[in-house]
Write a protein that binds this ligand. Structure first.
Ligand code: ADP
Length: 160
């Protein structure tokens, strides 16, 4: 069984993330989607809320996807799951520098783990969780950019 780990903040999950997940499922039998914390950003949704949205959006792939929360060194999580692949999405050149140094660092820390980059569908190249939150904050339309459950949760969050 080929397994991979797709880590992210997913605050919240967008159709860009969903596209990467769908593509990864063509390459791997099982995918661990791991919700973590990014020390550079403070999250809008709690880890529980982010996981709930991911689980709902991914329910049709129930048997092949595991959504979990993890804090700590990602490589330890990957090894614990008996995997050796980390999936990351790439949108534009601007993602490259950060992702490149992170992948090299991870390789330095663990020689057996490979990072695989998946290019997003061009329709989603401009999508980010932060841009979605900006639109939602001003009551703009997010339909088509995020799964339905996220649309609902954004409305709840920002109508308060
Ligand atoms: P992180 O804070 O770890 O970057 P994100 O949730 O922002 O977490 O992103 C997780 C991964 O998904 C990253 O590899 C990121 O580049 C990728 N990603 C985010 N948005 C998109 C998108 N629209 N298309 C493709 N990949 C994306």
């Amino acid at each position: 069984m080929r397994t991979a780990v797709y880590p992210g903040t997913f605050d919240p999950v967008t159709n860009g993330h969903m596209d990467i997940i769908e593509r990864a499922l063509k390459l791997f039998d099982r995918l661990y989607v791991v919700v973590g914390e990014n020390p550079q950003k403070s999250a809008t949704f709690t880890a529980e809320e982010r996981m709930l949205m991911l689980k709902d959006a991914l329910k049709k792939h129930n048997s092949r996807i595991v959504v979990e929360h993890f804090e700590g060194l990602l490589l330890n999580y990957v090894k614990k799951k008996k995997s050796n692949v980390v999936i990351r999405g790439l949108r534009a050149i601007s993602d490259f520098e950060f992702e490149f140094s992170r992948a090299l660092l991870n390789r330095e820390l663990s020689k057996d783990i490979e990072t695989i980059f998946i290019m997003t569908k061009d329709d989603y190249a401009f999508l980010s969780s932060s841009i979605i939150k900006e639109i939602a904050m001003f009551n703009g339309p997010v339909k088509g950019f995020v799964p339905e459950i996220v649309e609902k949760k954004l409305k709840e969050k920002f109508s308060k």
